[in-house]
Design a binder for this molecule. Structure first.
Ligand code: IMP
Ligand code: MG
Length: 207
């Protein structure tokens, strides 16, 4: 009985996998497109070129922050022209529905030591900045040779702590966004573009 329900639901509730205006019509939670797929890909390629220049001859480790950074990290590393390793962390931020508190729990730690290595944190989006602030402090204590941040999106209006973000894909307004790794209630990560969540009354609930 559960299987019956879940199969039907899954198909009905999935957004389209392809991009474009069609997907917006398919699922009413998907609002206006903020960054179309081709623009994302162009910017990711530019960031990869910049990172390739900066990290030439160094010992680069990309640290993806699960789960939101998965698509971004995958596309970014595909275009890097320097050797790199990847590792992942998963964190969860305590707080109210709308705001992270800055108190962060590590759900999955790195597999390997980063001591003496050139670490680049790859994040989907910086909102208040509190999660990243914690991560930077935590990783700095492990004595990497260098520690920088590459974020696909930032919402400068929401920032509560000042952070050194070396590479930024796009600055966006204070809207709750989904797609290209970003979720609302764990869905919509598979969209290949970034859209605004249409139900704005729920819009802040996903951090
Ligand atoms: P911060 O600690 O407030 O900077 O929270 C950052 C985290 O909240 C991000 O890594 C995302 O997981 C999540 N987040 C913040 N804004 C959005 C959004 O607009 N859409 C989806 N997730 C978001
Ligand atoms: Mg995140």
């Amino acid at each position: 009985m559960d299987e019956r329900a879940s199969d039907g639901e899954r198909v009905r509730n999935q957004p389209r996998r392809t991009s474009g205006a069609g997907a917006a019509g398919f699922d009413s939670a998907i609002g206006e497109t903020l960054v179309p797929a081709d623009e994302l890909q162009r910017r990711v390629r530019d960031l990869a070129a910049e990172i390739s220049r900066d990290y030439e001859g160094r010992d680069l480790v990309l640290i993806g922050v699960l789960k939101g950074a998965v698509l971004f990290l995958g596309d970014l590393m595909r275009h890097l022209e320097v050797p790199c390793e990847i590792d992942f962390m998963a964190v969860s931020s305590y707080g109210s529905e709308t705001d992270s508190s800055g108190v962060v729990r590590i759900l999955k730690d790195l597999d390997s030591s980063i001591e003496g290595r050139d670490v680049l944190i790859v994040e989907d989006i910086i909102d208040s900045g509190l999660t990243l602030h914690y991560l930077l402090r935590n990783l700095r204590a492990r004595n990497p040779a260098s520690l920088e941040v590459c974020a696909l999106l930032t919402k400068p209006e929401r920032r509560r702590v000042d952070l050194p973000i070396r590479y930024v894909g796009f600055e966006i307004p204070n809207r709750f966004v989904i797609g290209y790794g970003l979720d609302y209630a764990q869905r919509y990560r598979n969209l290949d573009y970034v859209a605004v969540l249409a139900q704005t009354d729920q819009a802040q609930a996903g951090a």
